[in-house]
Write a protein that binds this ligand. Sequence first.
Ligand SMILES: *Cc1c(COP(=O)(O)O)cnc(C)c1O
Length: 452
Amino acid sequence: MSNRAALRDLPRIDDLVAASPELVDDYGRDAATAALRRAVEAARTALVAGQPASAETTALQETARAELAARRPDPPAPVINATGVIVHTNLGRAPLSGEARRALDAAADACDLEADRDSGARSSRLSRLEPLVADACDAEAGFAVNSAAGALVLVLGALAGGREVLVSRGELVEIGGSFRLPEMMQAAGARLVEVGTTNRTRARDFAEAGDDVALILSVHPSNYRIEGFAEAPAIGDLAAVARERDVPLVHDVGSGLLSDEDAPWLADEPSLSGSLAAGADLVFASADKLLGGPQAGLLAGRAELVDRCRRHPLARAVRLDKLRIAALVATLRAHLDGRRASLPVWAMLEAHPDDLAERAGRLAEQLGGRVVTGASVVGGGAAPGRELPSPAIRLPDTDPDALAHALRTGDPAVWPRVEHDAVHLDPRTVPAELDERLVDAIRAARTERAPR
Ligand SMILES: *Cc1c(COP(=O)(O)O)cnc(C)c1O
């Protein structure tokens, strides 16, 4: 068909909308009409310019549907995490416990978030969380905000107020997802004073630095390790210098490990209570890493400092919403009430090697794969370089990347690990009750990959 004929054949918008009831059903009349109009205009522009374009109703509907689909993304969909990365940032960090899910579902309704049932008067939304955070961190006082980055901004706003903050040059980190410590500090209005060198900084270096010092900040280098000729001051030694200078020592603990005893095999990973016991005045950490909860930032330490943070105007800007308060209460209760194994992150960390071996054997048999020795990692910028020995199922395929793609785009989506030129599945990060669905998903992906 000539372009001139095609131009004549372009349908009227009204007719096109009337011929597209499914599009109207899926996206509403206004959006569907606008998208169909754009499809017709694009075809007209192309045809006038002498380029090929279709005037057919089905082609225009397809163009409109593709555009609408791209502009109306679905909410995040569940995936099966078979990567062996326990706290996988791209997959939403810590999966929540059943109790936390039920709590946030209940809070989705009208709920007694800021209401005292006895008096009917207004209460504080954080009154539930404060004692839980304090107890979990073994601290005088606790508080919670929407992320560890939010906690840092709040601490700097409340305690530094434009004055100097001392940080070791070895800790001026980028955590990923554009958390760059020096930039965050600048944005929060604090004046950064770098202390020591990249590889070696001693507590003594902090004794003389700066001349209008508000606080000393120590940041756990969560996602990297400096090896070789390296030295970083212990929290206890920094605390002694902080006391001498009469300024608070604040420690960004990072992963949200509550106690040093929780995971002795994570030897270098600092904990919130451990750091306070060693002399830090204020500690903060993420709630969606090793704590195993929703995105949030825990803040704990000396009551007077926590109180200054709580009363600072920025606290309102970094406050938690009701859904995360609900999930965080449930998560902290699980830790405090001795039910840590109910948290998926801890079930994965502490999975029994025999159980993993048995599941790996069964999955390999069902899938025609081979069990190989592998390793899971904590991930999420915690415990860099620490590996947990874990069996993995190696799936034979001539094109592992194509199989991985079919798995990621399947339903349910499966995230495998591709290494040594093969697709691997790590059972540690897959909840055991999903094993059957995993097998089905892999069979479906293989069928899709099979030459037709
Ligand atoms: C992960 C991490 C952060 C950022 O935590 P968010 O809760 O994602 O804001 C900050 N500092 C350290 C040391 C971390 O490990």
